[in-house]
Design a protein around this ligand. Structure first.
Ligand code: GRF
Length: 202
């Protein structure tokens, strides 16, 4: 089986690069993954250079050129559908998505906290500063609620005496493990996950 992926990002793009390195054109348990679309809403994002290293020309759609969230989301939807992607990955895509997107695209997101704690853009800082003894990362389905869709997988660690820099780096290391593992898992273990919503674009 061939699974086509679209990856949306806004900035650094290290998760995008990790997916290009670990999943693109690779097979796991009889499933081959192909990234068919890299899409970004910021024309100077560093991730665009990362994608180039792998031969990808990133599709740039700048959200500030649109009068409404819905108009921007409609174009995202049509680009993703055009690409033929079976599943869309939000890898640091810093936009709140309207139902135009969430009801038409099967997408998952990687988030740098143990959801449902620390939703939103400051998750790493908030989770570091909290008095919780553990922290972690989550991969979840994208729904109408920001960072609120059903959780697919999580990894946790003890904060111990980590400095902020060490903490942040640990979060990213776990994201690089969990996101590809989750994608592979979704297509390997059809008894655990309902694949229907994600295959509706095919
Ligand atoms: C990651 O920490 C991800 O969890 C969050 O945004 C960050 C993106 O990092 N949603 P990068 O652009 O993949 O380096």
């Amino acid at each position: 089986m061939l699974v086509k992926l679209a990856v949306l990002f806004s900035g650094n793009g290290s998760n995008l690069e990790n997916l290009l390195k670990t999943l693109h054109q690779k097979s796991f348990n009889g499933v081959k993954f192909e990234i068919v679309l890299c899409l970004c809403n910021k024309k100077h994002a560093f991730g665009i250079q990362r994608a180039k290293k792998y031969g990808f020309e990133t599709k740039i759609i700048e959200h500030n050129h649109f009068a409404t969230r819905e108009e921007f989301d409609s174009l995202l939807v049509s680009e993703i559908k055009k690409s033929g992607a079976d599943l869309t990955i939000l890898a640091g895509f810093m936009r709140i998505l309207s139902p135009i997107f969430t009801q038409n695209i099967s997408a998952i997101n990687v988030h740098p906290s143990l959801l449902p704690l620390f939703k939103g853009a400051n998750a790493i800082k908030e989770s570091f500063q909290s008095d919780m003894k553990i922290a972690g990362v989550s991969v979840h389905w994208v729904s109408d609620e920001l960072d609120g869709g059903k959780i697919i997988a999580q990894k946790a660690f003890e904060k111990g005496t980590l400095t902020y820099e060490e903490f942040e780096s640990k979060i990213h290391t776990l994201e690089y493990e969990l996101l590809p593992q989750s994608i592979i898992g979704l297509f390997s273990d059809t008894s655990r996950y309902d694949l229907k919503p994600m295959l509706k674009n095919t």
